[in-house]
Design a protein around this ligand. Structure first.
Ligand SMILES: NC(=O)C1=CN([C@@H]2O[C@H](COP(=O)(O)OP(=O)(O)OC[C@H]3O[C@@H](n4cnc5c(N)ncnc54)[C@H](O)[C@@H]3O)[C@@H](O)[C@H]2O)C=CC1
Ligand SMILES: CC(C)[C@@H](O)CC[C@@H](C)[C@H]1CC[C@H]2[C@@H]3[C@H](O)CC4=CC(=O)CC[C@]4(C)[C@H]3CC[C@]12C
Length: 369
């Protein structure tokens, strides 16, 4: 827990606080925000681990709620000084309809903004995504770009579209007068592919490899770079920008920041092997074992099967046309905007991030679903 040398008078609300990133943000706030008096954790699905947080000096208030329900959001936001909005439907696997993705990610974000305005909450940090930028529908690479790099951000998929619309709402809301007459100060953080303890996809890939006798089969060329960032560093950036937003509203308000650290530039599969290799898996093939056209055919087959089976069951494999195209398109960032604007430095080195994630995967062993 943070030492309370400073007066504990602030109320924070974290939406999606029981999610993969949200839980790390909640724990990071308790460890590193000394002015915290109350931490509200708002989520559709509350985790049992919240119970263990009730014993500290900070009041942790668990709120089961739905961001698509404006009245529930307003009730949760009322009285908060800072809102960190991470709640979202992170679906590129066809599990939810495009309408549902839009309702949660866009309307839900609008509800959060309106709640801040109506109740007088002045500071809002939004968890956006690299996908707001790309990869775009044309498969243009984004090679170690930054927040100012020109790029044609064109999307068809409901998830990136929803994130882009939500981010736009948040940035446009910067400067609106909230109840009481003060200006709303907003910013958006754009993580690349987050990894770390609790990453469901890493877990799924690990079990997939175990089912295949400890082997994974390369589908993506090693030359394709895909940006990754450790969840602890993303959480830290959220905590830091939420603090600095209050001190430097003119500079930070209305800004976007990529989330970055010293995680290496590798293909999605090679990066995963940095963690899954020490956990007993190996990646077969120095180059993709199947040609891209055949992989795309299999991805399209998966999409057809998903459509045919939907009345009976949810079939949502990792491989679909969108995920294959994403994994095959270089998208990495190289920026120091967060450092320049609010002094961000990664809290966790690459070695520490990697070792923490490896320990988490190893601890999973034997608990395969
Ligand atoms: N996982 C990644 O690689 C990246 C994630 N992001 C963003 O980070 C945020 C968190 O993502 P993850 O932690 O990966 O996802 P997650 O699915 O683990 O967490 C999302 C949380 O939001 C909650 N939620 C969903 N719908 C809700 C609703 N209607 N009302 C209230 N709560 C609701 C879920 O219960 C869950 O706890 C999302 O906004 C996502 O777009 C951005 C870049 C990369
Ligand atoms: C052969 C490939 C299909 C196989 O490697 C599967 C990889 C695929 C599951 C991932 C490849 C790229 C990932 C996405 C990327 O990191 C950006 C993201 C940003 C977000 O806001 C949410 C998560 C994600 C869409 C992430 C999801 C998993 C991948 C598609």
């Amino acid at each position: 827990m943070a030492d309370s040398a400073q007066a504990q008078e602030l109320v924070y609300l974290v939406t999606g606080g029981c999610g993969f990133l949200g839980e790390h943000v909640v724990r990071m706030l308790l460890q590193r925000e000394p002015r915290l008096r109350e931490l509200r954790v708002f989520d559709l699905h509350l985790g049992p681990w919240l119970e263990e947080l009730q014993t500290g000096p900070v009041q942790v208030t668990a709120i089961q709620g739905d961001v698509t329900q404006a009245h529930e959001v307003t009730a949760a936001v009322a009285g908060a000084h800072v809102v960190i909005h991470t709640a979202g439907l992170v679906d590129v696997f066809g599990r939810a309809s495009s309408e549902t993705i839009h309702e949660v990610n866009v309307q839900g974000t609008q509800n959060v903004i309106e709640a801040c305005v109506q109740t007088g909450t002045q500071f809002l940090v939004y968890t956006s995504s690299m996908e707001v930028v790309g990869p775009n529908i044309k498969g243009h690479p984004f090679y170690r770009g930054n927040e100012d790099t020109p790029y044609e951000a064109a999307h068809r998929h409901p998830y990136p579209r929803s994130k882009a619309l939500a981010e736009q709402l948040v940035l446009e809301a910067n400067g609106r007068k909230v109840h009481g007459g003060l200006p709303l100060v907003t910013c958006a953080l754009r993580p690349t592919g987050i990894y770390g303890e609790g990453h469901q996809i890493m877990r799924d890939i690990y079990y997939q490899g175990q089912r295949l006798g400890g082997r994974l089969f390369r589908a993506i060329p090693a030359s394709v770079e895909h940006g990754r960032v450790y969840v602890g560093n993303v959480a830290w950036m959220h905590v830091l920008v939420a603090r600095e937003l209050q001190q430097q509203a003119a500079l930070l308000g209305g800004q976007v920041y990529f989330c970055y650290d010293s995680s290496p530039y590798k293909s999605y599969e090679d990066f995963n092997m940095e963690i899954l290799g020490p956990c007993g898996l190996r990646l077969v093939g120095a180059r993709p074992l199947l040609p891209y056209w055949l992989l795309m055919f299999l991805a399209l087959l998966n999409a057809l099967l998903q459509w045919l089976l939907r009345p009976l069951l949810l079939y949502a494999p990792l491989l679909n046309p969108y995920t294959l195209a994403m994994a095959n398109t270089t998208f990495t960032v190289s920026t120091n905007k967060a450092q320049r604007h609010f002094g961000y430095e990664p809290l966790f080195s690459w070695e520490d991030s990697r070792n923490r994630t490896i320990r988490w995967v190893r601890a999973m062993d034997g608990s395969a679903p």
